[in-house]
Design a protein around this ligand. Structure first.
Ligand code: ADP
Ligand code: MG
Length: 307
């Protein structure tokens, strides 16, 4: 599939006020064509608000948003053609049959060859066995599939998915995640979630929003590295070593014994060489050394800590 734009979503200096409340505060970012970007933030951070602006559901108070080069305010009609949206509270009609509902949505988008497109979507999202049921009879995981099918029915380049995996059981979660990953091969995807594992598993990049401000925009690894002030290294010796001996190594901040011969050494900079030299001087063998990464979860907590 040929993508006509390098930048799929461009957000410049966007602020959103609800009355007195600033839900978004001067937010800027770009998402490139083909990227899967995770949008994280505590509840109330402004994630859904940002997504509603990108999908033309509400206007921003200030700033500029373009999707595939088209302005969301001045040309919302054309933006809607290139965007598929799964809202946070996926508003499905429970009394409608799956096919009937998808037909209704396809009609709104004036999709050509409606029937074959609906069948294609049903197969793509794995609804074949449930296609004759009413939406109300489906489990939450299958309802999310209907939500994804409606978001994709007009074959948009960009997918905006607001907490697509919330409320799913572990099996459904894995399935929907795999589906998003598969869809992401051909589309630009922006998804919000509270599950760090999900971001690490499927996203190329992570943006973290806190109280309406973008506080991080990097790869998951980049965010972990930039928030981590200290180095942690797990060392396994071939014999038990007195912790006070290790503490004497120049640069070591703290040492913890994890188990017999295994210690966790905290330092300001990479200390592995000095540990190796120390071991040699004591005639001890180092069986293994491993840098311990700060988890994305810890980075998230640090960046969104209430002040
Ligand atoms: P998130 O999706 O990150 O949980 P939201 O975008 O839903 O955050 O909300 C951001 C802030 O804006 C919250 O404080 C919320 O209460 C407020 N908010 C959202 N929608 C409205 C609205 N329609 N009217 C007034 N305040 C709103
Ligand atoms: Mg939300």
């Amino acid at each position: 599939m040929i993508k006509s734009y390098v930048v799929s979503i461009s957000v410049k200096g966007v602020t959103k006020l609800y009355g007195e409340q600033k839900a978004l505060d001067d937010v800027s970012f770009e998402i490139n064509s083909g990227e899967i970007v995770g949008f994280l933030g505590p509840n109330g951070a402004g994630k859904s608000t940002m997504m509603k602006i990108i999908t033309c559901f509400i206007p921003q108070s200030a700033g500029e948003v373009k999707v595939c080069g088209i302005d969301v305010v001045t040309d919302s009609m054309n933006v809607r053609k290139s965007v598929g949206y799964l809202p946070e509270h996926n508003p499905l009609y429970h009394d409608m049959y799956v096919k009937e509902y998808l037909g209704f949505i396809a009609g709104l988008h004036k999709v050509k060859n409606k029937k074959s497109r609906i069948s294609e979507m049903i197969e793509l999202v794995g609804l074949t066995r449930e296609q004759h049921k009413k939406i109300g009879q489906l489990s939450k995981g299958y309802r999310q599939r209907v939500g994804l099918a409606q978001a994709m029915i007009h074959n948009p380049d960009v997918l905006i998915l607001d907490e697509p995996t919330s409320g799913l059981d572990p099996n459904q979660l894995v399935e929907i995640r795999a589906l998003i990953q598969q869809l992401g091969k051909e589309k630009t995807v922006m998804l919000s979630t509270h599950i760090m594992q999900e971001v690490e598993a499927i996203c190329d990049r992570v943006m973290i929003l806190n109280r309406g401000k973008l506080v991080a925009n990097n790869t998951s690894q980049g965010i972990q590295q930039s928030t981590s002030k200290k180095e942690l290294v797990k060392v396994e010796f071939d014999q038990e070593i007195n912790l006070s001996e290790i503490e004497k190594i120049d640069g070591v901040l703290t040492v913890k014994r994890l188990d017999g011969k295994v210690c966790l050494v905290e330092s300001q900079t990479d200390i592995r060489r000095r540990i190796a030299e120390f071991a040699k001087s004591k005639d001890v063998l180092v069986l293994g050394m491993q840098i311990q990464e700060q988890s994305l979860e810890e980075a998230f907590k640090q960046l969104t800590r209430p002040t």
